[in-house]
Design a protein around this ligand. Structure first.
Ligand SMILES: *Cc1c(COP(=O)(O)O)cnc(C)c1O
Length: 482
């Protein structure tokens, strides 16, 4: 039928007319609708979005003509598309998320949420000027590194401390300053990878040191280390397997033995703790994690860990240990490239202060509060949300007991009891619900199992429950085209 020469001529003719009828950009910019857009966006951005839309229309008119259907210009549709495109191009890319995964330390969701005190400290010091590198006592140049050092030492029993940009930077700096040009001895059971890009062997190579592997994947003995020590050895490094666990026949020398061996040879013993708990996790019903203080007491000369894992603070890498060792790190020329900015230092200092407050830190540090919350309190919140969600027509809500991992390179394999809501509707799949909730603002992230969309209430806070119910209602009501 489309082969008919008469019809083809007719559509070509229609297409030519449709192209000719496309309005001029200048005229479109003068319409009241465009004027309204110009109150929200710069003229060049509005013009660009319109030009792109007109180009697309031109192309679909030509493509349509070939197929025998020539679309034409409809001003109302045109402006809806331009408005949506402008909204998409200029929306914030970094947005708030309601974390209903149950994973308190979710690396992809920004790890630890900050305490109110940390946020206040950021606003208080960063909205104007602050004494980042100015000594208020003497009126002379000060050191940003001194801002958190004393507190870190009081909290852990370390002699000196330094905060850098993140845990990876902390390990890199330590190895560059202490081991470059020499050898670093690591157990084969501790050649870890964290988060897909931080690998101990690669970091050692980047630091300019050489890796010497000892022992086997599951068993390393103190004699393995002893035999590997030679004139080129600079550091004994232990790293905490923070995102996996080896079970069965395993063996690692106690930290005290490693520390003693290092001391015997005048070498520094560094422990990359990773998760960096300042308080015992058994208080929250979790297995014991070596705390920073314990690791130092066991004889580590330098301990490194992240600020935004079990500490519950901002992204940072903290190094604590012996004074002369930390002094070598402070003198390293690349420290400037790895240092913390004022926002992180403000938040870190305020978070550390919560650990020194008379009230237990789990009352104020959101991460610890989430870990410490009783299963009954999580269940109550889940029932409250279930009550609100059951008002949504067509939504089936089941309350279930589940367990949530802690996540974020901390406490692998350990979980906390939690309560989840399993959602199902007859017309939208679990994937569909997940997609719609990702598009909501704030976005909602849950998980999917057995074709149900699951909200885990351990990581949702009480203040988010009403909002979460509204977001689910809106997401399910939205047309399936979105
Ligand atoms: C998480 C972790 C790191 C990396 O810390 P980031 O703050 O993510 O850079 C390094 N080592 C260990 C053992 C870790 O657990």
């Amino acid at each position: 039928m489309s082969d008919s020469p008469l019809l083809k001529t007719a559509t070509l003719h229609a297409a030519r007319e449709a192209l000719q009828r496309l309005p001029q950009l200048q005229r479109l910019l003068e319409t009241p609708t465009a004027q309204a857009l110009l109150l929200r966006y710069r003229r060049e951005h509005v013009a660009e979005a319109m030009r792109d839309r007109l180009d697309a229309l031109r192309q679909s008119i030509c493509a349509g003509a070939a197929k025998g259907v020539a679309p034409y210009f409809v001003e109302a549709t045109f402006f809806i598309e331009v408005r949506d495109e402008l909204a998409r191009r200029h929306a914030s890319r970094l947005v708030r998320v309601i974390n209903a995964t149950g994973i308190a330390l979710h690396t992809n969701l920004g790890r630890a949420p900050l305490a109110a005190e940390a946020l206040d400290a950021i606003v208080e010091t960063a909205a104007g000027y602050c004494n980042l590198e100015f000594d208020l006592a003497t009126g002379e140049r000060g050191s940003r590194h001194a801002l958190v050092e004393e507190r870190l030492c009081r909290l852990t029993g370390g002699e000196a401390a330094l905060a850098v940009n993140n845990g990876a930077a902390a390990v890199l700096l330590a190895l560059m300053a202490l081991a470059a040009g020499g050898e670093v001895i690591v157990s084969r059971g501790e050649l870890i990878e964290i988060g897909g890009s931080f690998r101990i062997p690669d970091v050692i190579a980047q630091s300019g040191a050489r890796l010497v592997e000892v022992g086997a994947t599951n068993k390393t003995r103190i004699d393995d280390y002893r035999r590997a020590i030679g004139p080129a050895t600079r550091v004994l490094l232990a790293s905490h397997p923070s995102n996996f666990r080896i079970t069965g026949f395993t063996e690692r020398p106690p930290r005290e033995q490693l520390a003693a061996l290092a001391r015997e040879h005048g070498l520094p013993f560094i422990e990359d703790l990773g998760s960096g708990a300042l308080v015992g996790m058994e208080a929250f019903g979790l297995p014991h994690e070596p705390t920073v203080a314990e690791t130092l007491r066991a004889g580590a000369d330098l301990v490194s860990f992240s600020g935004d894992k079990l500490l519950g603070g901002p992204q940072a890498g903290i190094l604590i240990g012996r004074k002369e060792i930390v002094a070598r790190l402070k003198r390293h020329p690349l420290l400037r490239a790895l240092r913390c900015d004022k926002l992180a230092l403000a938040a870190l200092e305020a978070t550390l202060a919560l650990y020194e407050a008379p009230t237990p830190p789990q009352q104020r540090v959101p991460l610890l509060r989430m870990l410490a919350e009783t299963p009954q309190a999580v269940a109550r919140r889940a029932r409250r949300l279930a009550g609100l969600l059951r008002a949504i027509p067509g939504l089936d809500v089941v309350v279930a007991q589940d367990r949530s991992p802690v996540g974020g390179g901390s406490l692998p394999g350990d979980t906390l009891p939690s309560t989840t809501l399993l959602l199902k509707t007859s017309d939208i799949s679990a994937d569909g619900i997940a997609r719609r909730l990702r598009q909501a603002r704030p976005a909602v992230i849950g998980r999917i199992a057995r074709d149900r969309f699951i909200l885990d209430l351990r990581t949702v806070n009480d203040a988010e429950v009403r909002e979460l119910a509204r977001l689910v209602a809106e997401a399910l009501a939205a047309s399936s085209a979105s």
